[in-house]
Ligand binder design. Sequence first.
Ligand code: B12
Length: 215
Amino acid sequence: MNAIFEEIKEAIIDGDEELAVELAEKVVAEKIDPVQAVQLGFIKGIEEVGKSWTNGEAFLPDVMMAADAMKAGMDVLEGVLAAGEGEGSYEDKGKIVLGTVEGDIHDIGKNIVGALLTAAGFKVYDIGIDQKAEDFVAKADEVGAKILAASSLLTTTMKSQKVLVEYLSDQNIRDNYKVIIGGGPTSKKWGDEIGADGWAETADEAVELCKQLLN
Ligand code: B12
């Protein structure tokens, strides 16, 4: 494995924003595969931090510093990811409205999903965190998107994904959209239970799912 991926992982674990940016800039400058940098560096780092927090070995400020370092590094990579294989082809691949559901402010996973979808040639409209069902639909109508992608990281906010599907049914617009869901506590079973069109465990799988749904 390229040593820089390991360095990125460590920078995220250490919450070293400056180093994360520096390494991301190196990825761009040396034309290293940005998708691999995300998967083998950034994601691995934040996963480690998540584990340490769960085990009580890390504390909230550690997590916040890691999250900030992650964001800063990902910001640098965004441009090269967007200029990947799908450059100019997103109109063909399709438009996706992506957001974190109401009550939830986690956005690292959502941002990675957005970055990899963009890299794969989809046009992603990221509406941000803490978004109501109405907000997903309003944006989709505005831009003509067919996929609504909803992220949830809390067991308490998973129900907002259900609310999204129910909202579409209540408004008699369920057939106008494909709803996909994801995030830590979610599962295929949960997706089936709430009547979503798809669930993906990782950002990679989210890309495959969107390809299938828009085919
Ligand atoms: C970073 C983090 C934070 C950061 C968030 C920073 C940010 N900008 O996102 C901060 C410190 C702010 C935070 C706050 C809180 N957090 Co928090 N957080 C985490 C942590 C450590 C990592 C989450 C993460 O980014 N993972 C890495 C990404 C890459 O993974 P991911 O999000 O799962 O995304 C991947 C897939 O799920 C998928 N995916 C994600 N979204 C989508 C969407 C679609 C459509 C698809 C298809 C796929 C997909 O693709 C992604 C890439 O592969 C987790 C622990 C953990 N182990 O997950 C806790 C965790 C999620 N947090 C938790 C909690 C409790 C909280 C707080 C309530 C804490 C508090 N007491 O205040 C608050 C929540 C406030 C709120 N209202 O939302 C709990 C949730 C417990 C539960 N079962 O509900 C966890 C599990 C920690 C724990 N073990 O207790 N948190």
